[in-house]
Design a protein around this ligand. Structure first.
Ligand SMILES: *Cc1c(COP(=O)(O)O)cnc(C)c1O
Length: 380
């Protein structure tokens, strides 16, 4: 009884994201699009996938977009199409989601983990420079949290060492580096449309973007069982990694809102940053002048992270740690034998980062409550 009374007086929990609100706001459009797919019943390689490929290529300002089954496959297919495999090394960020590292391992190559820049959370070019060897074939920078990596410096290193650059843009739909869209700068750009991404489907989906016609053709083929000119002509041993019509129909509706949603994300981020500007114990996200951040996540850092997390939880504010462990120290990569302390910035970030609630449909009252809770915590 007592706990019932108490829970009734507590304000509603603020989620870190809420997909139901987005569906409610687009219900009519999405249901219409889905009914068309059902009526048409061409569930694989139908008109919606084709349309999405055209629209997303246009959005990313590239010549080609290959819709695939998920973002991890987009990375794997890029590596395969570039001919990267056993004996090759690929450098990527130690502080990220595991997908790029997995794709490298699944392609038969070895991931080499680089450290990050502690302010942007993106791969450190200086760290990359120290890791390039005669075996290095590619570099996968991650535009973490929605902020593009230091692309000109990385492309320079890549050109000097004949490395292919594959952008992991899974968190950066619509982000820009020197006014160029993420996914349009490297040999390929790899996107995920996992439901909670800035552009999300109703299941798994992904895409590869590129300006290279031959590479696009190769990826399209590999993602469709290595298909050749006709149905049972196979020029490669590929895989099944096709985006389906249902996902594409939803993405075609949602793509029309992406810019407006990213604007809203940026506004909320700005509100947070202003509210927290006087808190010396907090390090806030940065947006270098040559880059546009799309705030897939608004991530703060503080040495008192775990205490803050628990306090916010007690106040009904949901937060999340992206990511609690750097990749080089995961059990999955034990065999690579990285020592603790070998990539200090990545290891420190894993101890200090905390993502706050941020999604386009967040209410002003919710944002205010997050701000009040954080200010109260740091007053004490
Ligand atoms: C989500 C994500 C991926 C992988 O996407 P999936 O569609 O889940 O396979 C890759 N890289 C990063 C940085 C991501 O956040």
């Amino acid at each position: 009884m007592a706990h019932l009374l108490r829970s009734r007086t507590l304000p509603a929990e603020i989620p870190i994201f809420n997909l139901t609100r987005q569906y409610q706001s687009l219900k009519k459009e999405i249901n219409t699009a889905l009914r068309q797919v059902y009526a048409n019943s061409q569930f694989i390689q139908g008109p919606n996938v084709k349309l999405f490929a055209e629209k997303f290529a246009h959005y990313c300002e590239v010549r080609y977009c290959i819709p695939v089954a998920n973002g991890t496959d987009a990375l794997y297919l890029s590596l395969r199409a570039l001919g990267i495999g056993p004996g090759d090394e690929v450098i990527t960020s130690a502080f990220s989601f595991i997908a790029a590292a997995e794709a490298i391992v699944n392609a038969g190559a070895t991931p080499i983990f680089a450290d990050i820049d502690p302010l942007t959370f993106t791969i450190s070019p200086d760290s990359v420079k120290t890791l390039v060897s005669s075996k290095t074939k590619a570099l996968i920078p991650v535009h973490l949290y929605g902020l593009p990596a230091d692309m000109d410096t990385l492309i320079n290193i890549a050109q000097q060492n004949h490395l292919a650059v594959i952008e992991d843009a899974a968190q950066a739909h619509g982000a820009r580096y020197k006014n160029r869209p993420s996914g349009s700068i490297g040999r390929t750009g790899c996107f995920s449309f996992y439901p909670t991404k800035n552009l999300g489907s109703f299941g798994d989906a992904g895409a590869v973007t590129t300006n290279d016609a031959a590479l696009a053709q190769k990826i399209r083929s590999l993602a469709n069982h290595g298909s050749g000119r006709s149905q049972y002509d196979h020029t490669d041993s590929g895989m099944n990694s096709r985006m389906d019509e249902i996902q594409a129909a939803i993405l075609n509706v949602k793509l029309g809102y992406l810019e407006q949603w990213n604007r809203k994300r940026r506004q909320v981020a700005q509100y947070y940053s202003q509210a927290f500007s006087g808190i010396s114990e907090l390090t806030l996200p940065v947006e270098p002048p040559d880059r546009k951040h799309v705030f897939h996540l608004y991530t703060i850092r503080t040495p008192r992270r775990d205490l803050l997390l628990n306090y916010l939880k007690s106040q009904g504010v949901t937060t999340k740690i992206h990511y609690p462990a750097p990749l080089h120290l995961l059990a999955a990569y034990q065999k690579l034998a990285y020592a603790s302390g070998s990539l200090p910035e990545s290891e420190c970030a894993a101890q200090e980062v905390l993502a706050l609630p941020l999604f386009p449909e967040i209410k002003t009252s919710e944002v205010r409550r997050v701000c009040e809770a954080i200010k109260t915590f740091f007053k004490n």
